[in-house]
Design a protein around this ligand. Structure first.
Ligand code: CP
Length: 312
């Protein structure tokens, strides 16, 4: 069934992934003159801060010839401050835009938005819940960097309790073959049981590996994440987690020569800048891939295969 909204990675089959990635490859080479979304409008509603997700969605829409309306800091500068519900806001924006990208601080908010929306809703992160378009660009990056998505050994590192990107990527790996996941987290930020249960149900192999050095030596992908100060309930838990795992030159020396380091970004101090020049540091290329994946998603959701849309 064609995708209408993008709320969670559980929506994607392996076939969907292959089709989205092939479409992203096409977007990479699409001439700037193509204007496949000429006359269409994207609304970006961000109730939480963002650099990459908002700007790459907006860049994607404009590269396809469409235009963007936006409320940055919607928690303060939209009518949410006056008490308007997400549902009412979405009903209103349905009259203004052909698709809506929403980032919200509450887990489940994107699903609530999609439930009342006649135009496609794309979840750009719902609190500590999911970040499905990030997971798509992460797996697309792995495919681009390593030439495969199957048989991957992946270390998810850092804040796995509140980190929606790590949660979504772990869940998306269910659609790959023979994945093995290592959870490398401080004791105060473990991967939650809902994800572990879903992996078990899907037959995906995983284990906790608190020793980062041991993990580095055996994995194909090191997926580092920021310890998210803003999400911790206790200052003591945050202090215990902060600085627990840092990727530096010594980490590079332990890694396989063909492994890659990823990070959804922003980083604080969990990857030393000395790592940036190493060819295995894939995180800036990863962020750039976000534009192609988001172009592909906007084109697939808004154009829905319309053959009359311009290709050149
Ligand atoms: N990766 C990511 O979601 O980054 P932003 O918070 O800058 O959008």
């Amino acid at each position: 069934m064609p995708l209408q909204h993008i709320v969670a990675v559980s929506q994607f089959t392996r076939l969907d992934l292959e089709s989205i990635f092939a479409h992203a490859d096409l977007m990479r080479t699409l001439p700037r003159t193509a204007k496949r979304l000429d006359g269409r409008i994207l609304a970006t509603l961000f109730y939480e801060p963002s650099t990459r997700t908002r700007l790459s969605f907006e860049s994607a829409m404009q590269r396809l010839g469409g235009s963007v309306i936006s409320t940055e800091n919607a928690r303060e500068f939209s009518s949410a401050i006056k008490g308007e519900t997400v549902e009412d806001t979405i009903r209103i924006v349905n009259g203004y835009a052909d698709a809506i990208v929403i980032r919200h601080h509450e887990q489940g908010a994107a699903e609530r938005a999609a439930a009342v929306s006649g135009v496609p809703v794309l979840n750009a992160g719902d609190g500590p819940g999911e970040h499905p378009t990030q997971a798509l660009l992460d797996l697309y990056t792995i495919r681009h960097e390593l030439g495969r998505v199957d048989g991957l050994k992946v270390a998810l590192v850092g804040d796995l309790k509140y980190g929606r990107t790590a949660r979504s990527l772990a869940l998306l790996l269910r659609e790959t073959k023979n994945a093995e996941i290592l959870f490398v987290n401080p004791p105060t930020a473990p991967m939650r049981n809902d994800v572990k249960l879903a992996l078990s149900d899907a037959g995906v192999s995983y284990h906790d590996e608190p020793d980062l050095d041991a993990a580095l030596a055996e994995v194909d992908v090191v997926y580092q994440t920021r310890i998210q100060k803003e999400r911790f309930e206790s200052a003591a838990d945050f202090a215990a987690a902060k600085g627990a795992y840092v990727i530096d030159q010594a980490s590079l020396d332990r890694m396989k020569s063909d492994a890659i380091i990823m990070h959804p970004l922003p980083r604080v101090d969990e990857i030393a800048t000395e790592v940036d020049a190493d060819p295995r540091a894939a995180y800036f290329r990863q962020a750039h891939n976000g534009v192609y994946i988001r172009m592909a998603l906007l084109d697939l959701l808004i154009n829905r295969g319309d053959a009359s849309a311009a290709w050149a």
